[in-house]
Design a protein around this ligand. Structure first.
Ligand SMILES: [Zn+2]
Length: 122
């Protein structure tokens, strides 16, 4: 880092130039803009929570599959079918609603860049 007025070599913590007395510009704002650029370059794992909700409304587990929980989505679908048969349709709606909330919340977490385990619910 050098003085922008006289070119004198400066220390990082200097507030004024030791040769000409010029006030040293803080480079905090420069660092901030640099980190913003780096963040923009990172690939976004954007998942639409609304799309996950719609997918899971159509087929149980499909929204979870879309959010990256492939195995959980398939098992959820299997459980939904089995439970529907066993309870003669009584569990069908309940599991469908739980599946909707789950798909929406998991996709939202993924969209926010949070780590989501394969078997994480809600
Ligand atoms: Zn200077």
């Amino acid at each position: 880092m050098t003085c922008h007025k006289c070119g004198n070599q400066l220390f990082v913590n200097d507030q004024f130039c030791s040769r000409c007395g010029e006030r040293v510009k803080s480079n905090i704002s420069d660092n901030q803009s640099q980190s913003t650029v780096i963040n923009d370059e990172q690939p976004k794992r954007s998942k639409s929570a609304i799309l996950a909700l719609i997918l899971s409304a159509l087929v149980v587990g499909l929204g979870q599959l879309y959010a990256g929980q492939g195995l959980k989505g398939i098992v959820l679908f299997g459980v939904w079918i089995l439970a529907s048969i066993v309870t003669v349709g009584m569990a069908t709606f309940v599991i469908w609603v739980i599946n909707l909330i789950d798909a929406y919340r998991i996709a939202k977490k993924v969209d926010q860049g949070k780590h989501v385990d394969e078997w994480e619910f809600f």
